[in-house]
Design a protein around this ligand. Structure first.
Ligand SMILES: NC(=O)c1ccc[n+]([C@@H]2O[C@H](COP(=O)([O-])OP(=O)(O)OC[C@H]3O[C@@H](n4cnc5c(N)ncnc54)[C@H](O)[C@@H]3O)[C@@H](O)[C@H]2O)c1
Length: 322
């Protein structure tokens, strides 16, 4: 039995809690939200012993071995550092952090405590991603996009402190996929973009970046909330190696594979990534191993975006901090 506490009882917290509550080998002990009524609502919906507005109550609870950090972006690193110091295994929502400094502090705390840490990159766990990866194991070039409908100006994700804008908040999904699918370290990033249509808010809402990997392969990445492109959906990734190609689309439920002669399409009816990532985390805690999407993966994805944002100001290629 893996005993869990969940901090941040909002939209993604409900998705994780729903999965946890259906799993026989998990016991949800407690929910925490700075708005305690939300935590109480989660206890009523998903079970658990108690609700609190104080994360320290969960971190001091010796019956809890693993915590889910499902708060907004500005509190992830701080809560992760506190959870690691308390010896709790951690499943952390993306992005892990909003600055290089937070990345460093989180890395240091987690490595020091040697807890199990998972970066919540559910897209990586879609079966179509593995099909694309085995069809094009060594892409020379890739094209990735995260193109979302316009985020309202007053949405928390567009708050420069709480969310950092869509580029930092959800671009890390694509940055992680690119690093994973290229199987190489991102060496340099050069980017154009800025605040194209959220005047008056201090965030980057649109970014086009070229990423150079250590193995010489290249990726092109577009992240924006200038509109959703219905043909391929919000998330799309294409891999090309000179002969073979793979195109992940339909929120990565679908992949079109081509070998120069034949084209095949594999499509799943439902997204299964969230269930699969949770299963990996719970199994990892039980088995005492790290999950597939690690702390380093989460930090690297954030650092790719931070390097791209730095490049907007410098006009030069920026290296990705290791
Ligand atoms: N992996 C994914 O595909 C995915 C999808 C959606 C959201 N997310 C991420 O999940 C996180 C939460 O997003 P959401 O849409 O559920 O937001 P939300 O606003 O619906 O929920 C966040 C909750 O955290 C609470 N909270 C904020 N700071 C807190 C603190 N310090 N202590 C305790 N509670 C606190 C808020 O009161 C709120 O109830 C974000 O980081 C977001 O980027 C990931």
């Amino acid at each position: 039995m893996v005993r869990v506490g969940l901090i941040g009882c909002g939209s993604i917290g409900a998705d994780h809690a729903g999965w946890l509550s259906r799993r026989q080998d998990v016991e949800i002990r407690a929910f925490c939200d700075s708005d305690e009524s939300r935590a109480r609502g989660f206890v009523e919906r998903f079970g658990g012993e108690y609700a609190t507005s104080d994360p320290q109550i969960i971190l001091r609870d010796e019956s809890i071995e693993a915590v889910y950090v499902c708060t907004r972006n500005d509190s992830h690193a701080r809560l992760g550092i506190a959870a690691a110091a308390a010896g709790k295994h951690i499943m952390m929502e993306k992005p892990l952090a909003l600055t290089d400094r937070e990345c460093d502090a989180l890395r240091e705390a987690v490595e020091k405590s040697a807890v199990i840490f998972m970066s919540a990159f559910k897209l990586r766990y879609e079966p179509a991603v593995e099909k694309a990866r085995s069809h094009v194991p060594h892409p020379l070039v890739s094209i990735a996009q995260v193109t979302d409908s316009r985020w309202p100006d007053d949405f928390w994700g567009n708050d420069p402190v709480q969310g950092g804008g869509n580029v930092l908040s959800q671009g890390c999904h694509a940055a992680d996929l690119l690093c994973y699918l290229h199987g190489s370290r991102p060496a340099g990033v050069v980017a154009y973009g800025g605040n194209m249509h959220h005047q008056g808010i201090g965030i980057v809402d649109t970014l086009t970046a070229a990423i150079r990997f250590a193995n010489g392969s290249l990726a092109s990445l577009v992240v924006t909330d200038c509109g959703r492109t219905p043909l391929v959906s919000k998330f799309s990734v294409q891999l090309l190696d000179g002969t073979m190609t793979a195109h992940l689309s339909d929120r990565l439920k679908s992949v079109t594979l081509d070998d120069g002669k034949h084209t095949t399409v594999h499509a799943e009816p439902q997204e299964t990534g969230l269930a699969a990532e949770n299963a990996d985390f719970v199994d990892a805690v039980r088995e005492g191993r790290q999950p597939r999407a690690t702390l380093s993966d989460g930090i690297r994805a954030t650092q790719v975006l931070l390097a791209a944002v730095k490049s907007l100001a410098s006009g030069r290629e920026e290296s990705v901090v290791e």
